[in-house]
Design a protein around this ligand. Structure first.
Ligand code: ZN
Length: 388
């Protein structure tokens, strides 16, 4: 048999593709008419008939609308009233007191009061992209830890909370004084550069200015003697795996998650975190402090719709933890950071304020004034954290 004898002629193919596009157009038209008919308060005879004749399509459309409505309502920010909030915070304090190994998971919601937009909240990155708006410009280098960050830091230092896992790359937990050993930054830290030999360096500027999804080289070389490897940022973008131990500290995080009897989630939609099975041990109480719906709301023992700053301050007060406001001169990055060498490529992005006139950072200090920009959106935030 001749190969290809069953193939359709070009003419037949054109006819078939024409018929398919006609059918598609017809379906689209019917769907539109049906949608109008279903929404019409007073229906014409034609519309009634259309609905009666297309039960399957009616079912599909109705289901789609319900899903849309549900997704929309899940984005709504909800607030407990003062009367609702007080007993909930009291309950939270009691749960922390009763727990042996309480740990905390945070997301972008804890940084919104530091003027860093979150992702799915009102004015957040995804919400803005979904409505066709540009991402709100922000200057993460001028952002400083909030009272909520400081209260949480105090609660960790005093051992009330045992460990903190954060999805935030803004470095504010570290800058609020949380010890690196108690902190797992699972999506990276914008102030950290790493080499493949396991060396890592904190910096006083955003190291992600030139990096992007799958492009993590910062352009500098490892300053460790005999290493000379290239340096990379530590940001984990969508679909990427982490390539270093620090700042993710997954092993430590897993050890704490395995021991925990109370997880307090603050300002996270949990849409990403829920996928890490290791973080959700079965016999463990769960508190969620978030303004929007999360996929774990039904499993929560306590659900608080309130501002995390206020709640964390109240918790710290209950445990007699003093909350000192953030002070630039005491920012841990000053002692943690490695100064740039004279020959290192300098960032074109601003340095943190604290390097000005600081003898430890002579190169940075020299460049401080000329590099400062009032509005600046860092690499990891402006580019890489977009879903596409
Ligand atoms: Zn190295």
């Amino acid at each position: 048999m001749e190969i290809g004898s069953k193939r359709k002629s070009p003419r037949a193919l054109t006819q078939i593709s024409g018929a398919i596009s006609d059918a598609k157009a017809e379906y689209k038209c019917k769907r539109k008419e049906l949608a109008t008919a279903l929404k019409a308060e007073i229906k014409s005879e034609f519309q009634e008939q259309l609905i009666a004749e297309n039960p399957r399509l009616v079912k599909i459309l109705t289901r789609q609308w319900e899903t849309q409505k549900c997704n929309q309502s899940r984005l709504t920010e909800m607030y407990d009233t003062a009367e609702e909030l007080a007993p909930k915070v009291a309950k939270l304090i009691e749960m922390i007191r009763d727990a042996e190994h309480p740990i905390v998971y945070t997301g972008a919601g804890i940084s919104t009061s530091a003027n860093i937009p979150d992702y799915r909240g009102t004015g957040g990155v995804y919400s803005s992209l979904a409505s066709g708006q540009d991402i709100k410009q922000c200057n993460l280098v001028t952002a400083t830890p909030t009272l909520g960050h400081m209260a949480l830091s105090g609660l960790l230092k005093s051992g009330i909370f045992k460990f903190l896992l954060s999805q935030n790359c803004d470095g504010l937990h570290l800058r609020s004084g949380v010890s690196p050993e108690q902190l797992s930054e699972i999506h990276g830290n914008m102030f950290m550069e790493n080499c493949d030999e396991g060396h890592f360096f904190y910096r006083t500027f955003d190291v992600t200015e030139k990096t992007n999804v799958k492009r993590h080289k910062t352009g500098r070389m490892c300053p460790n003697e005999d290493c000379d490897e290239e340096l990379y940022d530590a940001i984990v973008h969508f679909g990427e795996m982490n390539r270093f131990d620090v700042p993710y500290r997954w092993e430590t995080a897993e050890t704490h998650a395995a021991q925990t009897d109370l997880i307090v989630c603050i300002g996270t939609s949990l849409k990403v975190l829920k996928a890490y099975k290791v973080l959700w041990p079965k016999k463990c109480k769960l508190v969620i402090i978030n303004l929007q719906w999360t996929p774990k709301d039904k499993k929560a023992d306590l659900l608080i719709r309130g501002q995390s700053d206020q709640i964390l301050c109240e918790v710290a007060k209950a445990f007699d933890i003093p909350i000192s406001p953030y002070s630039e001169s005491e920012d841990p990055l000053i002692s943690l950071a490695t100064a740039l060498n004279e020959n290192d490529p300098k960032p074109s992005t601003p340095f943190l304020n604290m390097v000005e006139n600081n003898a430890k950072f002579p190169v940075e200090s020299n460049n401080f004034k000329t590099n400062f920009k009032e509005h600046y959106t860092p690499g990891w935030y402006g580019k890489g954290m977009k879903k596409n």
